[in-house]
Design a protein around this ligand. Structure first.
Ligand SMILES: [Zn+2]
Ligand SMILES: [Zn+2]
Length: 500
């Protein structure tokens, strides 16, 4: 689409070409919005009968025109009367190109093509393409009329479960943080029961009419969490957002979203929980940090939830820049299983010959004999395929799963249902998957992919249920690493921490 900038009583405004005033007022020829000189949004006309539908759809968001199911005439009228603002999606500052939706400024993540819509060479952002194309000729539209009022629901939290001592302390700290505008880290061991810890804080925020978001890097978590929250907050509009979700475009007071989906929001949330703050891809993708900070209001309260805080978060805690509460015990009160180390020799060389290190073979045979299910983590897809080939000769029910595996869900389900005795996996299953009464081993624990945090998460798969709080964690290695030692120290320290 092309816009023109025009002058009106010493102000510069813009209009899509079809809604432009007479040519005498134009300051520029029609062009892409990003190529216009700076422009203003007209003052709010309080007499204008604005659309409540548009207000509901657009409040707290920044959307492409293609994401709005209103005609352009209707939309532009709201601009003329000061109820919405157009922003260039792509901007250039001192020769550097920025995407205003995802914050990308990496030249390699932009592309330029001959665009039919603006009839010119047009640059677009590749980094957030999965949310719809932001290009030089696509404006981002934001609401700037009266704020949408959120009304506290009649009935709030219906959960009546009990919290462990550690959970109760964290829960109270979160509740007290609501409305304070501060940041809080909840450092909870794997299996601490961190979802329940949020309930009371969410309730306090909702009671104050606040908009609440829970952001997580993983779609699985959104899908799992949404029904739980709907059942404990039955009167609250709970919206679940991930790629392909049906709730897209809906407004609700409690939003559970993948971090990507937050890119559609702008200064919307008063209370934000960031789950698994350290997990890929949040920790490596700067644009997700940008998305979270854009989506929350400047005075928002932020809660980080994780079992394995990044070195940066730990540093901020040590320097007293960030308040932290530890939950060092699992909800069932039993200590975390501590990993054991076991030297396996050059396992890669043996695998290439179609053989297993004898110590690994012994472990596999023991699990099968004891009828004890186990995860076996490996550092790469290549190692996974080799290992599965060898193991299937021992027991044909043993299978492997990795990120690109099309049967991933079916295979995990088969393990859950007990049909698979040993599931060989890459690090994709290091989090989230909870199966009662399993053991865990890592083959090649010395490889760089097994960071301290990955190893802590992997160890956290064991002993999660109250009925089976114990289990075995074994790291097969060809040379002990710092990460292995630190992971074990991390777990021992949590077990030793005083539960107040
Ligand atoms: Zn972008
Ligand atoms: Zn274009």
């Amino acid at each position: 689409m092309k816009f023109v900038a025009y002058s009106d009583h010493d102000h510069i405004f813009i209009a899509p070409i079809h809604y432009a005033p007479p040519k005498e007022q134009w300051c520029t020829p029609p062009t892409a919005i990003s190529k216009l000189p700076s422009f203003e949004t007209p003052l709010l006309n309080l007499q204008f009968p604005y659309s409540h539908d548009l207000q509901t759809t657009l409040s707290g968001k920044q959307l492409l025109l293609s994401e709005l199911s209103f005609d352009l005439d209707h939309i532009h009228h709201h601009y003329i009367h000061g109820y919405l603002a157009y922003h260039a999606g792509i901007t250039t500052e001192k020769g550097r190109t920025y995407c205003q939706r995802c914050g990308n400024d990496d030249p390699q993540l932009f592309a330029t093509y001959r665009c039919a819509r603006c009839d010119d060479m047009c640059t677009y952002c590749r980094n957030c393409l999965m949310l719809g194309r932001v290009s030089e000729c696509t404006p981002l539209v934001r609401w700037c009329g009266p704020e949408l009022k959120l009304h506290p629901p009649q009935k709030l939290l219906t959960w009546t479960g009990e919290l462990s001592t550690g959970q109760a302390r964290a829960s109270q700290a979160i509740r007290e943080a609501v409305g304070s505008g501060c940041e809080l880290l909840i450092w909870a061991v794997c299996g601490a029961g961190k979802t329940e810890v949020l309930f009371s804080g969410i309730e306090a925020a909702l009671r104050q009419g606040q908009a609440v978001a829970i952001a997580t890097p993983r779609t699985d978590v959104v899908i799992e969490l949404a029904p739980r929250l709907r059942s404990v907050f039955p009167d609250v509009g709970v919206i679940a957002l991930y790629g392909g979700s049906e709730d897209r475009g809906k407004q609700g007071q409690l939003v559970i979203a993948t971090t990507h989906q937050l890119m559609r929001y702008r200064e919307q949330f008063d209370f934000v929980v960031i789950d698994e703050v350290d997990a890929f891809p949040y920790s490596v993708d700067q644009s997700l940090t940008y998305a979270v900070s854009n989506a929350k209001k400047p005075q928002a309260t932020t809660v980080y939830l994780t079992a394995t805080p990044s070195p940066e978060l730990k540093r901020r805690v040590r320097k007293d820049e960030l308040a932290a509460i530890k939950i060092p015990r699992r909800y069932h009160g039993h200590p975390l299983p501590v990993p054991r180390f076991c030297w396996s020799g050059n396992w890669q060389k043996r695998l290439k010959k179609g053989k297993l290190p004898s110590i690994v073979r012994k472990w596999v045979e023991e699990k099968l004999a004891d009828n004890k299910q186990a995860f076996l983590f490996v550092p790469s897809v290549e190692a996974l395929q080799r290992l599965v080939d060898v193991l299937q000769k021992i027991d044909s029910r043993i299978i492997g799963v990795h990120a690109e595996d099309e049967e991933r869900r079916e295979k995990v389900a088969s393990f859950r249902e007990g049909r698979t005795p040993i599931l060989v996996t890459t690090t994709i299953l290091e989090r989230g998957v909870t199966v009662a009464n399993t053991d865990v081993a890592v083959l090649g624990a010395e490889e760089a992919i097994f960071t301290e945090s990955a190893l802590v998460q992997i160890s956290g798969r064991v002993g999660r249920s109250a009925n089976h709080p114990r289990g075995d964690v074994l790291f097969f290695h060809y040379g002990k690493t710092k990460a292995m030692v630190e992971a074990r120290a991390h777990i021992v320290a949590m077990n030793d921490a005083e539960v107040r």
